[in-house]
Design a binder for this molecule. Structure first.
Ligand SMILES: Nc1ncnc2c1ncn2[C@@H]1O[C@H](COP(=O)(O)OP(=O)(O)OP(=O)(O)O)[C@@H](O)[C@H]1O
Length: 239
């Protein structure tokens, strides 16, 4: 018997987004196709303003596409109303940004625990603690659980932010320039940490300007003229 291929986590087909400002409407995404399976790691490269963050915000349900189709598993969520989108966003996605957005008066563990408050109500203390410590452990900073952000390096803070994104066990991690504020070595470490999350079945979509970081992902796409072109990290699409 031929095994059935696994169901994709995400399937985007012909996704479009046009900006309707005061000037002429401008197509930012002109028909994006992308499939993400469990355990996939995907890099999206592209020049500044090409629409990478726009695409990530559509995938993460911060915004909705104008056209095309967005399937999450088998569910069509192309035109989901905001209330439902918010619930799905916190249940299914983890987000990592260039800035860490940690609360400086809370410890690393408390920062990670904050993500559990909104998503799952208050879990019993012991369960909450176990989840928080497991997330910190996963990114190699459990020993810093009691430290507050001002005492942590940039790379350590970003790892705490990744733990915060992982603690609700998202199906997909969306990272927008997560190494933008870090030096080269620290950035490399953070990319390794992000890549390692896919070993436990998380899907990862990384937006980056760094071709070396992109090359560490399983698939590399270039966004240009509103379309995703699959290629290698070194192949620069002429725009
Ligand atoms: N809310 C908005 N209002 C007006 N223009 C916007 C808005 N959001 C994005 N844009 C424009 O849409 C285009 C795509 O922006 P986007 O941030 O997605 O690009 P990007 O590839 O992520 O860029 P960068 O690499 O510089 O972060 C840009 O020209 C940007 O100026």
């Amino acid at each position: 018997m031929i095994p059935t291929p696994p169901q994709p986590l995400i399937r985007l087909t012909g996704l479009t987004k046009t900006l309707k400002g005061q000037e002429e409407p401008r197509a930012i995404l002109a028909g994006v196709d992308l499939t993400v399976h469990a355990g996939d790691s995907i890099a999206i490269l592209g020049r500044s303003g090409s629409g990478k963050s726009t695409l990530l915000s559509l995938i993460g349900l911060f915004d909705r596409a104008d056209g095309g189709q967005y399937l999450l598993g088998e569910r069509d969520i192309t035109r989901l109303p905001e209330r439902k989108a918010a619930a799905l966003r916190s249940a299914e996605f983890g987000f990592v940004f260039q800035r860490f957005f940690l609360l400086k008066h809370l410890t690393a563990a408390q920062n990670v625990a904050m993500a559990l408050v909104n998503g799952q109500g208050w879990l019993p203390r012991r369960k909450r603690r176990a989840k928080v410590m497991a997330a910190l452990e996963r990114v190699g900073v459990a020993h810093l659980a009691k430290h507050k952000p001002p005492r942590l390096s940039g790379g350590e803070q970003q790892r705490v932010a990744i733990a915060r994104a992982l603690v609700r066990e998202p199906r997909v991690l969306l990272a927008d320039e997560p190494t933008g504020a870090l030096d080269t070595d620290t950035g490399n470490l953070v990319v390794e940490v992000l890549r390692s999350t896919t070993e436990q079945g998380c899907g990862l979509v990384l937006v980056t300007h760094d071709h070396d970081h992109a090359a560490k992902m399983g698939r590399v796409f270039h966004l240009s003229d509103g379309l995703l072109h699959q290629g290698s990290a070194s192949a620069r699409v002429v725009v």
